[in-house]
Design a protein around this ligand. Structure first.
Ligand SMILES: [Zn+2]
Length: 642
């Protein structure tokens, strides 16, 4: 079958800046023309109105996608800066459209009953977007909303910046760093005063709290870590939750949590604490059991100890793994050579979902490390579904985490879905948790491509409820934990496949502590919810109370964790979402046969009923359609009890 739609043709690195500037300029100009046309024609026909709105949305989504991608990933700084500028431009247009009363009146006046189901859904969502933006409020209220949004952006950026910038240090003698690996010590020379400086950045924090045998050192660093951005961020956090509360009130909601939950699977704010309590209860038994193992081991060193605190948790978890669970991380990584893992990922997902990845020899690449593939349905002669780019190694100025970036949302008959996997993996051997991350992020990329055959861009790809987004990726992680699947690509350079009993031990070690970790997650989720609903007068006092209620680790005196809890900026009241997605991921996976992870019928059904529809239906309906029943908590509870 031949392709009628050409993929996006990317510029070479030196041509990227003018290319991006022109893309943004022409895209925004076309959007402005279409808005002017919509206002001038004032279509009474609902179909004509939503189609024009879709055309506008395609232009804006295309500009937003390339700008965001180039701003975070391009090797040249000038191009990244240009991308940031373009993002601000498209953001401003989007905000203005959301508050444009004249546009809203056009959509509010059309008769949606003449539309088919998907166009009707688009009209409903469009009206909801406008109302949530505050368009139907009076002039003074809209001015206030505009001012709040501007201020929220600045306060949020400052809150995050304070966390990034406030690196604290402790000063210790070499003896006080007993237990640290030699390569770490080599990179931390002793100063003239005979002391070594240790920072609260992760490359110092993680090895010290995990390996340092001196409790006082671990404690001092943990306390410093929990006081980052304090007290500066306390006042900013107060302003953040107060402004969000005011904004929610102005558009008709009782709280920010209600406003935020209204467009998520969970539906309403009051369902969040119920969910948190349910997870906490389900995690208690295994959490307390594993905590008991840590405490018993701690008492061998300190017979007086009565509780495990976060000063000791990571250290004794590592001791237990080493002494009792027998997993040698140095041995494990010899099975995960990067090149073999990358090929394994393509082989596994291709076989599972009936896809072929054909090297895209005509693609222009922004860096020598990048690989491009066309994704075809079935074999290489099948229909081209989209194009993917893999950019998997670190590079100066590149985005530091692991994520999927849209390059283009798919629109049926108009443009192919294209996306980029951006990660920072080593070129040689990988840690197994990096392999799991690779599968996870590839899950988002597949969702973007397979869900990208949509008439309405509003529903293209990963355009689903935000508390469902992680579920498909969390489920795909299971394939990186299965001994039979791993045997296909996890091999030493000599060709020896990873033994099944080693994979079983890795699983056991990974399972250890999941109950108390989940309780800690629910402590964070409770902070995120309670701060946005009760808005407690003293954040530290409230943190202490919530930690006592949800975490299995006691509060460390004189710490102010929430000043550096960066997710309060991005997730606001919805930190519960990761656990919510995981409950559904476990239920989705329960439909697969663990003895035959490639069974074709169930994989095809999952692909067609959960991934392919994108955001064109509510996530709960997609899941029900796949499972032939509503989703339940059972598989997740079984996983915790495992
Ligand atoms: Zn994810």
């Amino acid at each position: 079958m031949s392709d009628s739609i050409a993929p996006l043709s990317l510029p070479t690195a030196d041509a990227a800046e003018p290319w991006l500037a022109r893309k943004a300029e022409t895209g925004l100009a076309r959007a402005a023309d279409l808005v002017a046309r919509l206002k001038q024609e004032r279509p009474q026909d609902a179909q004509a109105a939503v189609e024009l709105w879709n055309d506008i949305s395609v232009e804006l989504a295309n500009v937003a996608a390339v700008s965001s991608f180039f701003s975070e990933v391009h090797p040249l700084e000038a191009v990244r800066t240009r991308g940031e500028q373009a993002m601000q431009d498209v953001q401003k247009v989007t905000t203005d459209l959301g508050l444009d009363r004249e546009l809203y009146d056009i959509f509010a006046a059309v008769d949606g009953s003449t539309l088919d189901e998907s166009a009707r859904r688009l009209l409903d969502k469009t009206l909801q977007d406008f109302r949530r933006a505050g368009v139907d409020q009076d002039e003074a209220t809209r001015d206030r909303i505009r001012a709040i949004n501007e201020r929220l952006l600045i306060v949020g950026q400052e809150f995050s910046k304070n966390i990034r910038d406030d690196v604290k240090t402790i000063s210790v003698t070499p003896d006080e760093l007993d237990g640290l690996p030699q390569d770490w010590l080599d990179s931390h020379p002793v100063g003239a005063d005979g002391r070594i400086t240790v920072t609260t950045d992760y490359p110092d924090l993680v090895p010290v709290v995990t390996f340092c045998t001196v409790r006082q050192t671990r404690h001092a660093l943990r306390v410093a870590f929990l006081n980052r951005a304090w007290p500066a961020n306390d006042a900013l956090l107060r302003e953040l939750v107060d402004l969000r509360h005011e904004l929610a009130g102005l558009v008709g909601y009782a709280s920010w949590a209600d406003y935020d939950a209204d467009v998520k699977m969970i539906g309403k704010g009051s369902a969040i604490p119920e969910f948190i309590d349910r997870i906490a209860a389900a995690a208690t038994e295994s959490g307390e059991r594993d905590l008991g193992v840590l405490l018993t081991r701690l008492r061998q060193d300190d017979p007086e100890a009565t509780a495990v605190t976060t000063t000791d948790a990571a250290f004794y978890e590592e001791v237990v793994r080493r002494e009792q669970l027998d997993v040698d991380a140095q041995l494990v990584r010899t099975y995960f050579d990067f090149t073999q893992v990358r090929q394994g990922l393509l082989d596994v997902t291709g076989r599972l979902f009936g896809l072929s990845y054909v090297p895209a020899t005509d693609a222009t690449l922004w860096d020598g490390d990048v690989a491009a593939y066309d994704v075809h349905d079935g074999d290489a002669a099948g229909k081209r579904l989209g194009r993917i780019y893999l950019d998997l190694h670190p590079r100066e100025g590149k985005y530091k985490h692991a994520a999927q970036f849209d390059l283009r949302p798919g629109v049926s008959g108009r443009q192919l879905p294209e996306g980029v996997l951006v990660c920072n993996f080593p070129r040689g051997f990988m840690e197994h948790d990096q392999v799991v991350t690779l599968f996870h992020e590839f899950g988002h990329l597949l969702h973007h491509v397979l869900g990208g055959d949509q008439r309405w861009v509003r529903f293209s790809g990963v355009a689903t409820e935000w508390d469902f987004v992680e579920a498909p990726s969390q489920m795909l992680e299971e394939w990186a934990w299965d001994a039979d699947v791993l045997r296909g690509f996890a091999r030493t350079l000599g060709g020896e496949p990873i033994p099944a009993d080693l994979v079983a031990k890795m699983r056991t070690a990974d399972n250890f502590g999941k109950g108390y970790r989940e309780r800690t997650q629910m402590f964070y989720a409770a902070i995120s919810y309670v701060f946005h609903t009760e808005r407690p007068a003293d954040f530290t006092e409230a943190t202490q109370a919530l930690q006592t209620k949800y975490s299995l680790f006691p509060y460390l005196p004189d710490t102010h964790f929430t000043s550096s809890f960066g997710h309060l900026e991005g997730y606001s009241s919805a930190y519960y979402t990761y656990a919510w997605s995981l409950v559904i991921a476990k239920d989705l996976f329960s439909a697969f046969d663990r003895a035959d992870m490639f069974a074709p019928e169930v994989a095809a059904r999952y692909r067609d009923r959960v991934l392919r529809p994108g955001g064109s239906r509510d996530a709960a309906d997609l899941v029900q359609d796949f499972l032939s029943r509503p989703y339940t908590f059972d598989a997740y509870a079984a996983y915790l009890a495992e």
